[in-house]
Design a protein around this ligand. Structure first.
Ligand code: FES
Length: 104
């Protein structure tokens, strides 16, 4: 059985206000609420040294705080220049009110 990592309580993730999660042994992660659905991606922009949780969430899109690039939160696909490389996404499971991903 794959073990899970608890990231944060679901209740802490408000729609449009992504939450950064920084745990040992894991890359910096971003947790999003998009219309009640929870998603997890890497937090670091693939274009530079920016945390996406410092950016601006517009529905299912996260805009990087640095150069105006953006990503699709659900798929990780780059959506706006200068971002061209997708961000990694993680399958999410909700357990006991916590946002969880599989142990990496
Ligand atoms: Fe994110 Fe440049 S660092 S768009």
């Amino acid at each position: 059985m794959t073990s899970k990592v608890r990231l944060c309580p679901v209740a802490d993730v408000k729609d449009g206000e992504p939450v950064g999660v920084f745990l040992e042994q894991l890359p910096a992660l971003a947790v999003y609420n998009v219309d009640g659905d929870i998603f997890v991606t890497n937090n670091m922009c693939t274009h530079g040294n920016a945390m996406l949780t410092d950016g601006y969430q517009d529905g299912g899109i996260i805009e990087c705080p640095f150069h105006g690039g953006s990503f699709d939160i659900a798929t990780g696909a780059a959506k706006a220049f200068p971002c061209q490389v997708a961000i990694k996404t993680y399958p999410v499971r909700i357990e006991d009110g916590w946002v969880c991903i599989d142990q990496l």
